[in-house]
Each structure stands twice: as structure tokens, then as C-alpha cells.
Write a protein that binds this ligand. Sequence first.
Ligand code: SF4
Length: 572
Amino acid sequence: MKTLLVAVNSQYVHTNLAVLYLKAASSKAGIDVKVLQFSVNEGLKQIFGGIVREKPDVVAFSCYVWNIEYVVKLIEDIKKADSGIVVIAGGPEISFDNGGLLSGHAGVDFLIGGEGEEKLPFLLKLLMEGKRPDKNENEWLMGYSVIEDLNQLPSPYLYIYKGSLKHKIAYLETTRGCPFHCAFCISSVSGGVRTFNPERVYRALEELVESGSEVIKFVDRTFNANEKRVLDILNHILKFSQKRVVFHFEIAPEILTEKTILKLADMPPGLVQIEAGIQSIHDETLGEVERFSRVDIAFTNLQRILSMGNIHLHVDLIAGLPFETYPRFKESFNRVYGLFTHHFQLGFLKLLRGTALREKSEHYGYRYRNYPPYEIISNRCLSANEVLVLKDIEACLDLFYNSGRIVITLKWIHYMLSGIEYFDFYEKLAYWMRTNGYLDKPVKVSDLYEILHIFIKKNFPVLPEGIIECMRFDYLRSMKNPSIPAFMRKEEDAARKRRNKKKVIEYRTELEQVLPRLKKIPMNDILHQIYVTTFKLPREAGIPADSDIAFDFGDICPVTGFSGTYQLGAKT
Ligand code: SF4
């Protein structure tokens, strides 16, 4: 019996750990299965061809909000190609509501609810013996259940080979479940945290580091739920600090302990990335969704992490939570934005299957899309038009702030417009971007500077021209390219190259003192790596004004992605 386990991932760089767990569990039961991984970008016909050409007897799909609509169509097409193929579906999207979109679907033979490592091999064994599950077995298969002892599961990482995850994200699971019970989150359903033994985790880490992946994401829902475990794992990953790999953790910032913060401070720059959920700053909202509400502690801890400078910090806020009206959301936005983290993700509530908030959606007047990812359209506190405005603000936040390429400029603008709140600035920017058609088409990163400049000139003409100097600094530092857009250029390319050479020669001794590697590099190579230019930056930008600054394109910060910058010949 030829069985395929099929994952359709949301992006090419993603990989699916669930199908590897299922392969390992099937193999332990003596059943050979083949894993196929696709991404939604490959298109239905290509995925269909990839599956049917294998001539399978059984196809099992791993179903999530990002792929369920594809899976529904694929199942129809596969059954048309060969009605004898047995189709099985499992995963979060079919674990609730009697199988969700696949409930009663004529093409699906079996549904598996909850964690499938025991259920799938059981079902495949029956099928191999030419049997079918009886009524009780079928109920057990469809019901939601979890694996109590995770350590009895065979390792999925055995199927991740050396070099096989180049340019992809590797996922590592050291726990399942979450100690918290947020009403909007599927992870609250399984109840409590189950853990894998540390030895398994360390072995898996070795295997994933060898996989060639540059980002290893811990999928643990609250990585810092147990202090000892966090400290042990952080100590362990220190040994990979020379391996050009980043470890990404999701944390609850309000329960970070002093010891954990101090350990994080010890991490080499760029080894660790942190994602922290804030979701709302309002106690009434947080209480209603059963989320801890120690917002002040969370902010203090996040500020400490930011001030350490060695960790890339990403924070999340959710629009559409109960009692979060437009003015209240604005308060949440302003406070989170004011942290100036490296990434600020504004998400929109999804009424996911199996969550308490979806169960109580009528109570809050939620209107949400009937199709995945079941995103909010409106609720009693937020109109559909307000949600649309927030969507445009999210688009602007992603384009400008989260590009990470306009950091100094934005800080300077906010400083100069200190009477205008962050949210109000983005609301105005979003309206202007919408009415000028910029939100309807892709915008090149290099064009962001000029678009922002036009917006500022039209809407805040009082702002002095210092903005161009800030932008030039941001451009050089983040784009690592001295060929800057025409609107901020002061000279033609040939003149710029001549002047750069003159400056590098003038400052060569000083440059070699701060960058000793330059002593061994010929001048032509230095000119490709070092760019010196004079700035008349506004003092409020927080960078030395009226200076010659060297940009070192050969030295990129692993936390921010910026080139190294050095003030030369300090005039002020
Ligand atoms: S939102 Fe985070 S903290 Fe809350 S239940 Fe989900 S994973 Fe746990």
C-alpha cells in the first residue's frame, strides 16, 4: 500500500513538522509512508500532478487555515483522477466542528482529530489488512485527543538530512500546549504543557543546525513558561554561536524572570530572536479573553531586552478583540509602537475553529469571514470601515516601519511632530497612500523613501529638509548601496566615486584603527566596502550632526541588518 503524507505550506521557506512526526510514528509501527511537501504558491495543478503521478493508494493531508481551501479542491480533483485513492485528513482545521470545511465532504474517507501520531498508524494498519474502522474506532479517530507522553514518539528530525533545509526555516518543538488559556488561540485547547526530554531536544538541535537552515524556530507556544528549561536551552544554544544560525522563540514577556533576562543579555548579538505577544494594553479586553494582564511588567521587560541591543525583538498586537474600540485600539497601538521594537506586527483577530471566542462570537457581535482564516469583518466595538482603515494602517506599518530601513527618519519625524500621536500619523499616511493608489500595487523598497518624502512635503510642509539627510543615512545603512535615489542625491556617480576615494584616503589611518581588517585589503576592495560621506543631520536625529560618516558594507549587524557606521574626524 503506497501512502503519501502531504503538506501544503504557506510559503516556500516553511517546512511542516507534523508530517515528519507522522512518518516517524508510521515507520515505528512498521508502515512505510512517503512525505511530499509543497507550498501554496506552487498552484493547484502542480500539486495535483505531484500527488497523482506517485500513483498512491492512500493520501493523507495535514490541514491548516492557510491550506484547507486548497486541500478541499485537491481532494475533489484526486478523487476524479482515481476514485480508489483513500483520502485521510487531519490537523487543526479538521479537529473541530466535525471536520470543518471537510465535514461531510464526499471525497474524504477518514478524518483524524487532534494529534495524529497514534491514530494515523492505527488507521493505516487497518487499511493494509483490508479492514475499515468500526463505529467506535471512527469516533475515536475523529475526536480531539493529544499524546500524553511525548517522549514515546519517535523523532521527526531523523528525516531532516544534512544540508536539506538550506534557505528554509527549521522548526523545533520542545513542548506542546500552553499554560495559558487565551480565548482566541487554538493552543489553549489542549490544556497544559507537555514536554520533550532535554536530551531529545539537544539531539534535535544538533540535527537542525546541520540541516543548513539559517533560522531555527521553536514552535513552543510560550517558550519561557518554565525558567529552568529556558536557561538550559539558552545555555545549550550558546555552543552554536559560530554556526551562522538564529534561534527564534515566542515568549510571554510578563513572566520573564530576572535570571532569564540576564541570560538573554549574555547571548551573542543575533543568535536569538524573540517574538512577544502584547495583543492589547487594556485590562478589560485582556480579562475578557482570559489573558494575563500585567501590561506594565511586560513593557518594562521588553524595554530591557531592547536596551541590551543583542536581540531582534518582534511584538504583536491584535485588532478586533472584545471591548477594543477604535479609540482604545489607538491607545494600544501608540503604546506598543512607542517601544520602537525591530518589528511591530499588527494582526487581525481570526475566529479560529475550536476557540472559545468563536464559540461566543454572537455574544460580542462578531461578523467574520466564513472561510479561512476566518478574519474579523466587524464586531460590536469596531465597524467594518474602521477595520478597513486599520488594514491600511497595517499595510503602511509593514511597508515603512517593518521594512526596518527608515528607522532614523521615522524617529526624527515623530520627534519633530511630537504633538501628533503615532497612530494619527499612520492614519494620515494610510489615507494618503490609499487615495494615491500606493496600497493597490507592490512598492519597491527603494521607492519607499521618495514616497514618504512626498507625503511629508504635502502633509507636513513645516518639517525642515533635515528629513533628506535622515533618509540618506537610513538608505546607506540599510540598503548598503551608495547609489542613492535621485531626489536625495547631491552629486553624480562619477563625482561621488572620486569624492569617496579622496575621503577614504584622507581617513585611511583612522579607518584602519577601527577596522583593522582594512590593513590587509587593497584600496580597490576597500572602496567597494567602505563609503564615506558628509552629513548635516539634524541634531534631533540622535546621530552626530555635521560629520563625516563611514559606512562599512562588509560588516552587517546580525540584529538589525544595518551596515556598520563610524563617525570620522569628529567635528562636533
Ligand atoms: S496566545 Fe500565546 S499565551 Fe495565549 S494560549 Fe495562545 S500560545 Fe498560549
